[in-house]
Design a protein around this ligand. Structure first.
Ligand code: SF4
Length: 86
């Protein structure tokens, strides 16, 4: 008999299934062109029902790239005074 793999999903991240950016990860990557990043931010603010959850996730995970309609560096908004701290 083969062993059974048990996958434990974090219930706190279920909001991701409602994300407007599903399947568009490259546009949210740090290496995307400025035009792609701008279009990605537009999608966040105009079409995503989980933008608040996304912002909390990005801060928690110290995400770098585009998320929640913002350009982030280690979970902090680029160019924001808060980003200079720590
Ligand atoms: S706010 Fe933007 S990056 Fe975050 S889940 Fe929604 S579409 Fe994706």
């Amino acid at each position: 008999m083969r062993p059974t793999l048990t996958v434990i999903a974090d219930p706190a991240d279920r909001w991701m299934s409602e994300a407007a950016c599903i399947g568009q990860a490259p546009a949210y990557d740090e290496t995307a062109t400025p035009w792609e990043q701008r279009k990605a931010r537009e999608l966040c603010v105009t079409s995503c029902p989980v933008i608040a959850e996304c912002y909390e996730w990005a801060r928690r995970e110290k995400f770098t790239g585009t998320a929640a309609g913002l350009r982030l560096l280690y979970g902090r908004r680029r160019g924001h005074p808060e980003s200079a701290a720590s």
